[in-house]
Design a protein around this ligand. Structure first.
Ligand code: PMP
Length: 413
């Protein structure tokens, strides 16, 4: 009973065959979290059924097996983002924890009074609030790269804001609100030219296109497994060895030590130094299966499907003159996401009306309040697409959108 569309076996995603409010589920919230294919679910189940034990601790076969699965996942992740060595891959819970690790372990120790930290105004709160905390604690200043009218960060803005005073630049690769792809390579390069370290948030890019951390030359890069098909609760921090070596541990406890005395302790080498306590091996196994799934489908196909869906949805929404679409003037540099508003309709009302038709979209500030304030709005509707969506999903979504003004009593125009 295969349901193959554009080369993707949709029957791999059982949740997409379920109903919501008696209607076929049209899931357009993959920017929040992706749905999980059967090979990922099977891998996690297999791990718990046949291989589960606490890794790195036991001398018995099962524990050795769990350790192997965990370290295999690390090796696969290393290759996936082209890091130099496995020890540069630290498993965390999610992007947020990875960023907090960098902020607390690097920021709180290496940012000094008077230093400047540069972010973009489009950062997700998880790449913004940790830096506010660092700036406050260390007496540093936060500066922002603002966007032009198409949602882009211009070269002039980069050159103006990143200066000799800049010690750290933290930048999102793809905006979770606008879908714009930032020129991270140029930004990292500029950061390095002034002697700053660069942190790149891959949460919204790595689900959609390949990322090579050595090519970008990021000092740190972070992402969450759950936005790229894996279970929740597993995330990745990539860091260059020389930086990770000089950073103190973030969390202290079991597994991250070498020798412990009454008053002192020494810490384990990388990556264990940053992985205190029992780790999420099942999550890492799921992440490995997700990477394999993405590699099987292929990023070329993923990009082609994503891009077709976004272009199609964009052109259909564009026909409706009561809709404002945010970000890039065209569908061009837009990755997986369309943020929009319907005239006179509150985004929460829009999302509820669509929900009744089985269409799941997100409404709100998308954890990017400074960006929305900068755009002069409080909230948007956000439809986000992934390669398991279909043109039929877009049609259902647009038909539902067309009903909104009528339902709210404004007439459909
Ligand atoms: N950064 C970006 C760009 C995101 O879209 C998200 C998730 N919405 C995050 C960071 C935070 O990810 P998580 O909640 O998995 O930590």
């Amino acid at each position: 009973n295969k349901l193959v569309q554009a080369g993707v076996d949709l029957s791999d995603f059982p949740i997409l065959q379920t109903k919501t409010h008696g209607k076929r589920l049209v899931y357009l919230d993959s920017a929040a979290t992706a749905q999980k294919p059967l090979p990922v679910l099977d891998a996690v189940r297999h791990y718990y059924e046949e291989e589960n034990a606490n890794p790195h601790r036991g001398n018995y076969e099962l524990s050795v097996l769990a350790t192997e699965r965990y370290e295999e996942a690390r090796a696969l992740t290393r290759a996936f983002i082209n890091a130099k060595e496995d020890a540069e891959i630290i498993f965390t819970r999610n992007t947020t924890e990875s960023l907090n690790l960098i902020a607390y372990s690097y920021g709180m120790h290496f940012i000094q009074e008077g230093d400047e930290i540069v972010l973009s105004i489009a950062e997700h709160h998880s790449n913004l609030i940790p830096w506010q905390q660092v700036a406050k604690a260390r007496g540093a200043t936060l500066k922002y790269l603002y966007l032009d009218k198409n949602g882009r960060i211009t070269e002039e803005e980069i050159n103006e804001k990143i200066t000799e005073k800049t010690r750290l630049v933290a930048i999102v690769h793809v905006s979770n609100v606008l879908g714009t792809v930032n020129p991270v390579k140029e930004i990292v390069n500029k950061a390095h030219n002034v002697g700053a370290v660069a942190v790149v948030d891959l949460a919204q890019s790595i689900p959609h296109f390949p990322v090579d951390v050595q090519d970008i030359d990021a000092d740190f890069a972070v992402f969450s497994g759950h936005k790229m098909l894996s279970p929740m609760g597993i995330g990745v921090l990539y860091g260059k060895r020389e930086l990770l070596e000089k950073m103190p541990p973030f969390l202290f406890g079991g597994d991250m030590i070498e020798y412990v005395y009454e008053q002192e302790a020494t810490f384990a080498p990388l990556p264990a130094k940053f992985e205190a306590g029992t780790q999420n091996v099942g999550g890492a196994v799921g992440l490995a299966a997700a990477i394999r799934y993405i590699q099987k489908v292929g990023y070329d196909r993923i990009r082609e499907i994503d891009s077709k869906l976004v272009h199609y949805a964009f052109s259909r929404l564009r026909e409706l003159d009561y809709i404002t679409i945010y970000g890039d003037g065209g569908a061009g540099n837009r990755c997986g996401v369309i943020s929009f508003n319907i005239r006179d309709a509150h985004p929460h009302d829009v999302a509820s009306i669509l929900d009744a038709d089985g269409v799941a979209i997100r409404a709100g500030h998308h954890c990017a309040q400074p960006l929305l304030r900068y755009l002069g709005i409080n909230a948007t509707c956000r439809a986000s697409f992934y390669f398991y969506n279909t043109p039929e999903d877009v049609d259902t979504f647009v038909e539902s959108v067309k009903k909104v003004r009528g339902v709210l009593g404004y007439g459909s125009k």
